[in-house]
Structure formats: C-alpha cells, structure tokens
Design a protein around this ligand. Sequence first.
Ligand code: C2E
Ligand code: MG
Ligand code: MG
Ligand code: MG
Length: 286
Amino acid sequence: AKHAGKNTYRFFDETMDERMQRRVAIQQYVEEALQDPKQLMLYYQPQLEGAQQSISGVEVLLRWQRQGEWLSPAEFIPILEDSGQIVELGRWVMESALVQMADWLHRGVYVGELSINLSAVQLSSSDVALELIQLMEYYDIPSSRVAVEFTETTLMVRSAQLTRNLATLRAHQIKIAVDDFGTGYCSLSYLRELEANYLKIDQSFVKGIGEIESDECIVSATIAMAKGLNMHVIAEGVETQQQAQYLVQHGCDFLQGYGFAHPMPAEALETWLIKHAQHKGLSKAQ
Ligand code: C2E
Ligand code: MG
Ligand code: MG
Ligand code: MG
C-alpha cells in the first residue's frame, strides 16, 4: 500500500509538472507569436437573422498555429488570462479584426456586425473599451457595426475597472452580448441593470433541443425573458434543422453554428457570403 501510494503520488506529481510545463511553454510561445504574428489568424463565423437567414454579423475567433500544430483557444485563452498576456493578445485581435472590417466596409462586403470576444481579464485590468474606441476611430468603423461578447462570469467580480469599461462601451453605443448564457452565475437583477443588447444561449442547451425537455425549457424561457428585458437572443452551436426551427418558432432572433457555417478565414467568408446569398439555409454538406 505504501508503495502504491508512493507511485500514485509520483504519477500525480508528474501530471501536475507536465501541465505546469505546458503552461509555461504557452506563455513563452505567445511572446514569439506576438513578435511573429504569422502564427496568429482570425476566423469569422456568420450569425444569421433567424427567419430570413440573412447575415447579421460575424463572430471573431482567434486561431493559433505554431510549427504545424493548432493550439486550441479553449486551452490557451485561460492560460494567458492567468498570466495577464491576454491583454496584449486581445489588442492584436481587436486591431486585426478592425483592419479586416475596414477593408470590408471599403469594398462594400456586407458582414453586419463584427462581434469581438473580450476576456474578463481585459475588462477588469485594462482600458480595453477606450482602446477599442480609439482603434474604431482610427480605422473609421462606426459603432453601429461593432459588438463585444463576454461571459456572465465576467460580471461576477464588479471591479471599478470593469464598471468603467462597461460605461465607456455604452457611452459609445457599442453593443454588448452576454456569451455562454446560462452556464455562469450572473444574477438576473444585474443582467437587467447591465442592459446588454444580446444574450447568447450557450450551445450546451441548444444541443438538447428535440432531445432533452429541460434544455428546451431553458431555451424557450431564456428567449421569453430576453424579450421582456428588451434584449435580442443569439443561439450558439446550431447544428441541425430541427434546432433552427425550434429556435425560430420560439422567437430566437439570430442563429450561429456549424449547421450554417464553421468559423473561417476572411477570404473563405467572402466566398461563403456569395454562395449563401444565392441559397439560404442549412448547408447540405452538414
Ligand atoms: P465562444 O466565444 O463561446 O465561441 C464559440 C465556440 O464554439 C467557438 O470555439 C466556435 O468555433 C464553436 N462553435 C461554433 N459553432 C459551433 C457548433 O455548431 N458546434 C460546436 N460544437 N461548436 C461550435 P473556439 O473558436 O474554439 O473558441 C472557444 C472559446 O475561446 C470561445 O468561446 C471564446 O471564449 C474563446 N475565444 C476565442 N477567440 C477569442 C478571442 O479572440 N478573445 C478571447 N478573449 N477569447 C476568445
Ligand atoms: Mg463568443
Ligand atoms: Mg459562446
Ligand atoms: Mg464559450
């Protein structure tokens, strides 16, 4: 037993050590990547108006490829939040997305609103809102064409800096979307106070449509509540026709998910937009 205990301990220890090494490595790699942004890329995923399925926006999603290996944002974002490096990486995302948006506006490519993910760390420890506004002024992007997304959990710690950033966003009419709604811990009274423009229903609930009654219940109740609070609803992770139908029937305003389009590079999005305008609906390939 003693021996086994020792082994177990060592195994645990090694795993911790490996995880630690991976964290440190990613924190070093990102410094390289920021010096050599060829590794970094932005993908864009269409958001569609529910009934007509015309494009209403695109969500900006960061991609990172290092020496042939794709790193998952689900892995590296939390690590870079812990180290604070997300602030600088987030600056790169904002500026690159706005440069792309300026090009689309200039060339008359209509993508609706550009929706940028912001981390809690950016909102609570940097002047991210002011930086965004300065960049929008510099690249001549109207505020009607920009939204930011952050999760409910962001709102749990109400620091002075977070409050300042939210006030700045509102003062400049930048739209606010609460991401992954239903998975965090935001109180409904705070949600009302926030006056967000959009609630994004988390994809875990969308997945249950047609299968799990309690998920359907959460989806329809969320839509009803959002309506009452004057917010629009975006469903995330829409993959099937059945999900899309249910959502539209229950009054969901916007749909996003692999069933319509995966996130893709800017050029591929432009091709997709042309095809989509000709034939709206769930892509046959799915
Ligand atoms: P999110 O903001 O909730 O983004 C939605 C995620 O769901 C994306 O994963 C997207 O590719 C994926 N997705 C979209 N449609 C479907 C679908 O139909 N089915 C399934 N299974 N998944 C779908 P991704 O790109 O891996 O990003 C993961 C998370 O990383 C994002 O979640 C966001 O929290 C974070 N993230 C990504 N880019 C950025 C960024 O530039 N800044 C910050 N702060 N966070 C980012
Ligand atoms: Mg998002
Ligand atoms: Mg989400
Ligand atoms: Mg998420």
